[in-house]
Design a protein around this ligand. Structure first.
Ligand SMILES: C[S@@+](CC[C@H](N)C(=O)[O-])C[C@H]1O[C@@H](n2cnc3c(N)ncnc32)[C@H](O)[C@@H]1O
Length: 218
């Protein structure tokens, strides 16, 4: 938790109620320790989707499909969502959820199985483009995804990157964290430095959830 727990709880108490079926999916994910978008991040995501009104969304990191289904609720009927996942166990659950008729907008979503970097390269080859990208996968890989994401992100498009502050630990001294986290943190810092200094992007980092970076392609 980056922001004081009481403040986060208060903000979340003002937020929207999820539809019953998504609430059940969220509870199921949390019960099984599947890392899905936090409540306050959901609020930010909903706000951005309403503002941007995207037509083509790319999500990197499906997990069990919660955020894809959440985005399908807050976008127009003509919006398509492409989401990428590589882990077999997650894919089984994602496929089950994304074909479940209880989710009224599931048909907007296309699940692509595979290693994100390879899928992104394939999408570039196919000349795909997106006006909204939600990056929520392995943090250490964000830097290697970035060149491909920039080829896919349209002018005026929005790149939303989740978990960029690693629950606030990204600023911890390197001596107080494990070797693995040290690598993730230094790669994340490199990613954040890059997106905040790129001419093609106007970026802001917000202490929402585990930290989100919003980058507008200009
Ligand atoms: C934080 S979870 C995604 C949560 C999901 N966006 C949600 O909020 O419902 C990250 C997911 O990214 C997947 N992932 C991580 N690195 C990946 C990669 N290189 N290619 C494809 N999937 C990846 C993981 O298996 C995991 O399921």
């Amino acid at each position: 938790m980056i922001v004081d727990e009481r403040i986060t709880a208060y903000i979340n108490s003002l937020g929207m109620e999820l539809p019953q079926e998504l609430r059940a999916l969220e509870a199921d994910a949390l019960a099984h320790y599947v890392p899905i978008v936090k409540k306050d991040t959901q609020g930010a995501l909903k706000f951005l989707l309403t503002l941007q009104q995207p037509k083509r969304i790319l999500e990197v990191g499906t997990a069990i499909g919660f955020s894809a289904l959440f985005m399908s609720e807050h976008t127009g009927a003509d919006c398509k969502i492409t989401t990428i996942e590589k882990v077999a166990m997650r894919l089984v659950e994602a496929e089950k959820n994304l074909t479940n008729p209880i989710y009224p907008h599931k048909d907007k979503i296309k699940l692509i199985k595979g290693e994100a970097l390879e899928v992104l390269k394939q999408l570039v080859e196919e000349k795909a483009s997106f006006d909204f990208i939600f990056l929520d996968a392995a943090k250490a890989q964000y830097m290697s995804f970035l060149p491909e994401l920039m080829k896919l992100l349209e002018m005026n498009g929005l790149l939303v990157t989740d978990n960029v502050l690693q629950d606030g630990t990204v600023t911890n001294s390197r001596y107080s964290i494990t070797r693995r986290d040290r690598t993730i943190h230094s790669r994340m810092r490199e990613y954040l430095h890059t997106i905040t200094h790129m001419e093609e992007l106007s970026s802001v980092i917000l202490p929402v959830g585990d930290g989100i970076a919003l980058s507008h392609r200009i």
